[in-house]
Design a protein around this ligand. Structure first.
Ligand SMILES: [Zn+2]
Length: 97
């Protein structure tokens, strides 16, 4: 059961990460500067559509560690089987998994 959950979380992570990389690429093309970019919450809840706003710099800091993911505040609880909170920031939580 735990294995299945971990598998699903891993799969979802890949999907959201790809989507967020595309959002970041599109945002830098349009040069939004210091504005916060709307990224997708990377929690394992399948129908989660929460938007998490980070500056490109904040997002790059999360991505600097391949095990770090960004989730909306409160959504880090669904990471419990595999994720550990490493930082809480203004409007988002960084989880290591
Ligand atoms: Zn979420």
């Amino acid at each position: 059961m735990v294995d299945q959950t971990a598998e699903r979380i891993k799969r979802n992570n890949g999907v959201f990460r790809e989507a967020n990389e595309r959002i970041r690429a599109a945002a830098s093309e349009h040069d939004h500067g210091l504005q916060r970019i709307p990224f997708l919450c990377e929690c394992p809840v399948e129908d989660c559509v929460q938007i998490v706003r980070l500056t490109e710099e904040q997002y790059a800091a999360v991505r600097a560690n391949p095990r770090h993911y960004v989730t909306a505040v409160g959504h880090e609880e669904s990471e419990a089987p595999v994720g550990q909170v490493v930082a809480r920031n203004d409007g988002y939580v960084i989880v290591e998994k």
